[in-house]
Design a protein around this ligand. Structure first.
Ligand code: NAD
Ligand code: TYD
Length: 350
């Protein structure tokens, strides 16, 4: 039986990864370590919380002694590391939180893995989940490949780039078996409504303005979160140690075009006359250091490990809207309390 530590499993992507591993591999034992920050929510895992092969541990990866103790007690065979501060706007107002969790927290996990796996690196794996934002910003042409030089611009992407470098350094210096994947923007269920798509869905639902930064010309490459979880599964099981894979949807959208599509879908689902939701679009002050364009070339993952995205964006976006409309309690829960003051701080000055 394999025992796997998944960090950040109560977050958006982490909850899909935990669910997938619990369902697909009943003979694995999964320990989900999560601090339950504003972004972590055990409601995201309600459907699997009673499974025999699942255990939740509340804790902070910044606490080195705690991480070391957990490794002693649990004797993990592998780590899939997703815990992070993940929102660019928050990294602009509170960069130190990103340094602590994304850099120091990752190094604490690497140190624990190095210490506790010292005599058996060959049977272990440290899988680090990262982002395409480490590569910086593209102009109108080109795509990020695994060879693209790192060029982060936000405190978030700088902290993720730093954590990637530490993971590679532990592979090269100490021989720890590591794998890194860098994925494009995800969307889907359980996405916290600070990010563009769920924020816009929530605002449209409540007839509130949809804040579009700058002129809405920035481009992102969107991937359905369950396709990302499947890619992580494939890489975890098939990759050789020391490798990096880019994961992306070949699905580039200008923000404003995406929002217009979302408005059309929402009008239909909410039975509103066509054009109603578009009236909520409001152009606001741009994000500082806003990367223009991300686009991922995931040819290596497709050719070497046979992964391809399964869903067309229009279909995925419609499924996502349906999920949010059918899960009002979840949405109300995460948008009560602190969310209101976050929203006020973030958007009232724009
Ligand atoms: P998220 O913000 O939804 O979830 C992060 C989780 O980590 C939360 O459950 C939170 O409670 C937990 N966490 C935060 N700090 C912690 C700490 N100090 N100790 C323990 N747990 C802590 O993030 P997400 O969107 O699910 O992203 C997961 C990972 O995937 C991140 O590493 C992120 O950089 C990466 N990624 C995200 C995207 C995306 O589009 N969201 C794309 C590519 C890569
Ligand atoms: P976001 O979901 O924060 O992801 P990331 O910055 O990691 O790509 O933002 C996606 C795009 O949408 C990005 O170009 C910024 C833009 N955006 C808005 O226009 N308005 C918003 O309210 C938010 C949160 C993002």
């Amino acid at each position: 039986m394999k025992k796997i530590l998944i960090t950040g499993g109560a977050g958006f992507i982490g909850s899909h990864v935990v669910r997938r591993f619990i369902n697909e591999y009943p003979d694995y034992s999964i320990v989900n370590l999560d601090k339950l920050t504003y972004a972590g929510n055990l409601l995201n895992l309600k459907d699997i919380e009673d499974r025999a092969n699942y255990k939740f541990v509340k804790g902070d990866i910044v606490d080195a002694a705690f991480v070391d103790q957990l490794f002693s007690e649990e004797q993990f065979d592998a780590v899939i590391h997703l815990a992070a501060e993940s929102h660019v706007d928050r990294s602009i107002s509170s960069p130190m939180d990103f340094v602590m969790t994304n850099v120091v927290g990752t190094v604490n996990l690497l140190n624990a893995a190095k210490k506790h796996w010292a005599n058996k690196f060959s049977d272990t794996l440290f899988y680090h989940v990262s982002t395409d934002e480490v590569y910086g910003s593209l102009g109108e042409q080109g795509m990020f490949t695994e060879q693209t030089a790192y060029d982060p611009h936000s405190p978030y992407s700088a902290s993720k780039a730093s954590s990637d470098h530490f993971v590679r350094a532990y592979q090269d210096t100490y021989g720890l078996n590591t794998v890194i994947s860098n994925c494009s923007n995800n969307y889907g269920s359980y996405h916290f409504p600070e990010k563009l798509i769920p924020l816009a869905i929530n605002n449209i639902k409540n007839n509130n303005p949809i804040p579009v930064y700058g002129k809405g010309e920035n481009i992102r490459d969107w991937l359905w979160v369950e396709d990302h979880a499947r890619a992580i599964d494939v890489i975890f099981h098939k990759s050789e140690p020391g490798k990096t894979y880019n994961i992306g949807g070949h699905n580039e959208w200008k923000n404003i075009d995406l929002i217009r599509l979302l408005c059309k879908i929402m009008d239909k689902k909410l039975d509103r006359p066509s054009g109603t939701s578009e009236k909520l679009i409001t152009f606001v002050t741009d994000r500082a250091g806003h990367d223009l364009r991300y686009a991922i070339d995931s040819t290596k993952l497709q050719n070497e490990l046979g992964w391809t995205p399964s869903l067309q964006f229009e279909e995925g976006l419609e499924k996502t809207v349906e999920w949010y409309l059918n899960n009002e309690d979840w949405l109300n829960n995460v948008t009560s309390g602190n969310y209101q003051s976050y929203y006020q701080d973030q958007y009232s000055e724009r």
